[in-house]
Design a binder for this molecule. Structure first.
Ligand code: SF4
Length: 320
């Protein structure tokens, strides 16, 4: 039988299967994600389910680094790519529908916007972020149609498997809804990138690890792990004022991230390992402002723990 070390995969200089590595392998060159705000809203914000939104959601609908929603897709695209090219000279793009719920509009509107993004110069794919309860059959049909023409993935919010937390955070969906949406996308062969948040108030480290364990057994192709960072003008910021909760320290966060990575399939692509917010909007934790330092710290902890993504994949971790 092979030792854990012998089964270790190589992903450049990382001990996890990073998106950057994956895209370079797949396309043979640098690929940038271009975050867009296509002007959508969300059923959890427009009064259909609630007007409060998920308590951690910012005014920008989780699209704080996306383009300006007043601008057209083409304008946003030009602006964001110009900024990126100040740093990198060349590359192709994945147009990323990031802000709010990007499948929540009439099909004709969705179709027009998705195709508009696909027509931008250098675009080789689309990424579409949404909620599990906003993927009806018509939307799934459209996504399948798009997938037949380009590289596509859907980003699907889970955040936690614990109902007490999804209720407290006012998500208006839960793990069961996520599973249904995931299966529907899987049946159409559409890759899914799940989002989870570590550090949600009221959750123990064990409960956060349980969310990672549950996802490790699901048919996902990608994962985004976010740190809960508290932003000004969110519902959670008002709650925090009356009922402060613990922010994860950098060291707690890194170890929780690594616990999730160790049990995950090495095939799953890691799209994100931090959460960051514009400096002017952040309440805490302060250390999250330095994204690169956090990523370096996670690398260092992986080395110190002599571990990597997938080390315990398919292993009964209770027996370790
Ligand atoms: S589903 Fe997304 S856009 Fe809607 S309230 Fe929650 S975080 Fe905000």
């Amino acid at each position: 039988m092979k030792s854990h070390y012998e089964t270790r995969r190589e992903w450049g200089d990382k001990r996890y299967h990073s998106l950057n590595f994956f895209l370079r392998e797949k396309f043979g060159h640098k690929v940038f994600k271009i975050p867009l705000d296509a002007g959508f809203t969300c059923p959890n914000r427009d009064g259909t389910l609630s007007t409060r939104g998920c308590l951690f959601c910012s005014a920008a609908g989780a699209g704080d680094f996306a383009g300006n929603r007043e601008d057209s897709i083409s304008q946003q695209f030009t602006e964001v790519t110009e900024t990126m090219h100040k740093k990198w000279s060349e590359g192709k793009y994945i147009a990323y529908f990031q802000a709010f719920t990007n499948t929540y509009a009439p099909i004709s509107v969705l179709r027009e916007l998705y195709y508009k993004a696909l027509q931008q110069p250098g675009v080789i794919g689309l990424a579409i972020a949404t909620r599990p309860d906003c993927l009806n059959t018509q939307v799934l049909d459209l996504l399948e149609e798009i997938k037949a023409q380009t590289y596509l993935w859907v980003e699907l919010g889970l955040q936690t498997i614990h109902k007490k937390t999804s209720d407290r955070m006012n998500l208006h969906y839960n793990c069961d809804n996520f599973q249904v949406a995931l299966n529907n996308l899987k049946n159409r062969d559409i890759p899914v990138v799940a989002h989870i948040i570590l550090g949600l108030p009221g959750e123990s480290h064990i409960e956060m690890q349980q969310t990672g364990e549950w996802l490790a057994n699901q048919p996902i192709q990608g994962l985004k792990i976010h740190l809960l960072h508290l932003m000004k003008n969110t519902q959670l910021a008002y709650e925090y004022k009356n009922r402060p909760f613990h922010f994860l320290t950098q060291s707690e966060y890194a170890d929780l991230v690594i616990d999730c990575l160790e049990i995950l399939s090495p095939d799953v692509v890691i799209h994100r390992l931090t959460g960051d917010s514009p400096r002017a909007l952040l309440i805490g934790p302060e250390w999250s402002l330095n994204k690169w330092e956090t990523l370096n710290y996670i690398d260092q902890r992986l080395l110190e723990r002599d571990t990597w993504q997938g080390k315990y994949f398919n292993t009964d971790i209770s027996a370790l």
